[in-house]
Design a protein around this ligand. Structure first.
Ligand code: DP6
Length: 330
């Protein structure tokens, strides 16, 4: 049989910031989360990934920012491509080339945009034409939060009952609410436990069950806050959910402490600003950097204030972004 001719396909995806967090899996292999989560995509920050399957290759090849990658990162990409090959029923290896436009050390989880872009580029390149929910479920297999970078704007990932219904969908378009994420980048020189390792520890915390108890209520409130553009309600529920996740992290065995003293200073200061009537609130992922959420009209003021806080090395600015999409083939 003649080998198929494959095209080179390029896809683009944004990272996302979760307002209601994904922390802990029911099934680590399938990345079926303990709870549903809610996020928005971050416009301007992006991963661009090209994929070409090639019948003459004897293994997958992965280049990141122009550098050939081997070891665990290649194994994770290859493991993901195995899933794509299995769905398509085609055995061929691929050449994958990827680049982020945001700095690797900036503490923005790149796995979400990376696996969303890879899911779209690889599934298209192998000849599949997946629906959005199938694509989101596929991206989930690479990195849980990547499921949320497939749909556009404000996105909910329903935990589901199994592989088939654990996917994300848009609850509001990117221009629905003029929310802005100001990512305050602190010192990121030390490596801590990554999210995959962290998810596996979540169940060791006695607080994980407690966090789960009211997570659906928080998610419902957060969805309502977004749909009603109610910043006060949004602030309350987003900060509570982030604090609960970090309480779980800190009480895991071994404990995961991601915050730096400067993290605390920003959290405290932003709360003070809110008490003075400003529309600002915070959320923190698996790292020390603080995502300060505000509204478009308050960005100049917030930036000028945040710059003065101790330890803030850089502030990345992102509005709500679109979902993953293909670039035209040349
Ligand atoms: C703290 O999606 O990065 O950012 O599935 O192992 O790749 P893996 O984990 P990942 O976990 C994200 C954790 C978080 C919270 C969130 O984004 O919901």
């Amino acid at each position: 049989m003649k080998s198929p001719e494959y095209p080179t396909i390029t896809a683009i995806a944004h990272p996302n910031i979760a307002f209601i967090k994904y922390w802990g899996n029911r099934d680590d292999k399938l990345r079926l989360p303990c709870n549903s989560s809610l996020s928005c995509n971050l416009a301007g920050l992006e991963t661009r990934t090209s994929v070409r399957f090639d019948p003459s290759l004897t293994a997958d090849r992965f280049t990141l920012a122009g550098e050939r990658i081997k070891g665990p990162a290649l194994a994770r990409v290859s493991g993901f491509l195995n899933i794509v090959r299995e769905i398509a029923g085609r055995p061929h290896y691929a050449e994958v080339s990827s680049a982020n436009n945001f700095p690797a050390g900036a503490g923005i989880a790149s796995s979400a945009s990376a696996f969303a872009a890879l899911a779209l580029a690889a599934s298209t390149a192998i000849g599949l034409n997946l629906e959005e929910k199938e694509l989101s479920g596929l991206a989930r297999r690479g990195s849980g939060s990547a499921s949320r970078s497939i749909p556009s704007g404000f996105v909910e990932w329903q935990a589901g009952t199994g592989d088939a219904d654990s996917y994300a969908f848009s609850i509001a378009s990117a221009d629905y609410w003029e929310l802005v994420d100001l990512v305050c980048v602190l010192d990121t020189s030390h490596k801590s436990v990554g999210s995959t390792g962290g998810h596996a520890l979540a169940h060791t915390s006695p607080l994980q069950a407690l966090r789960q108890l009211h997570v659906t209520e928080r998610l419902n409130l957060c969805r309502k806050a977004i749909l009603e553009r109610d910043f006060e309600l949004f602030s309350m529920v987003v900060e509570e959910d982030s604090n609960l996740m970090h309480a779980v992290m800190r009480t895991s065995s071994p404990p995961l402490v991601y915050w730096l003293p400067e993290t605390e200073v920003i959290l405290w200061t932003v709360k003070e600003w809110r008490n003075q009537g400003k529309a600002v609130c915070t959320t923190v992922d698996a790292g020390p950097n603080v995502h300060v959420l505000t509204l478009k009209q308050d960005v100049p003021w917030a930036l000028s204030q945040l710059k003065q806080l101790p330890g803030v090395r850089q502030i990345l600015q992102a509005q709500v972004g679109q979902g993953a999409r293909l670039l035209p083939t040349e």
